[in-house]
Design a protein around this ligand. Sequence first.
Ligand code: FES
Ligand SMILES: [Fe+2]
Length: 376
Amino acid sequence: METPDHTNDADLSAFAYPDGWFVIATADELKPGGIITKPFMGKDVVLYRTKSGLPRAVAPYCPHLGAHLGDGKVEGEDIVCPYHKFAFATDGRCVRTGCGDKPPQAQLESRHVRDWNGLIAVWQGADGRVPEWELPEFDWTGYSAPIKGVRTHHGSLQNATENAFDPTHQQTLHGWESNDVSQLPQTDGHHIHLVTRLTAKGLPVTLDFKLYGLGLMCVEMSLERADVRAKFLVVPAQVGPLKWTYRETMRLRISWLSRWPAFAQKMVYGLLSPALFYLWYLPQLQQDMDIWEKRSYARYPKPSATEGPLVAYRRWAAQFYPTVEKDRPDSATSGKIVSHDRPGAPNDPDNIRTAMAAYSAGNGASIPEPQFEKSG
Ligand code: FES
Ligand SMILES: [Fe+2]
């Protein structure tokens, strides 16, 4: 079957990008002195690492005459344009020119960037918003070395995280035997947290989902009976209007293994981690991906009675999108971002029930506008 062309979908035709931290590369890709270009939210981002190891994320075009800096090189702590060899320091100032002229007052635009858990995260803030929170820190003591994956998909990056708050699909799509859907997520600003307990192949499994904005989900899967824990960092990023990357890292921790000698631990992790990742996790992810690839974004879903977490998630997710003043051809601000709607995300179950009713009725008026705007 041919892949349908979702570009005709009105809701997806003009995409508003969310604010937050997003992972666009792994640290391995960015060696000292290296430069790489990554597509991110409809633009290129040039990443480079200075000789001393500082990561930088800058706008792709040279302020002098617009050459692409991804073709440039790193000299010491500076990035040098391939065209007239203007050099820019880590604070963005032009510090020298290739022809010996005095450097002009030119400033290279940059993004906030973090080396974080072997990944490179950049900040996206519409209308110049600076980072409003930091990425969480993790203690990886006792965990195996990470297994990393990345793939590109069609549609919205929300697929990756919304999946966690879609309680019924664990049974209907993945075939898990039972799922406790009684829990509602707890929200706190940019953070949302949900714990679900399931049964798979007769084994009780706890899934703990913590999100920090729309670009980072930490999933801890615990098989308490076997004392096995797998921790996934799922870091989706929107590449363009209908394209996003799903990246993850997985680390395993088996408490009783810590009593074994180091070589034996390494051997067991070397067998178990790939088995869990490739034989158990990826086949299930593939089931999700088959749906995501052809899915359209349902702006006003029709949730059933047990899908409160999904509605809570949608309400929480809305805070990351800039509010756009629309359909005002006479307005100077028409089609431009005029403010951020930061509605918060009430945890109150009554509030969520009200929101569910509004969604089901197709009446989104009382709910913060979700993430898609009409073009033009
Ligand atoms: S365009 Fe970059 S130095 Fe001229
Ligand atoms: Fe899933």
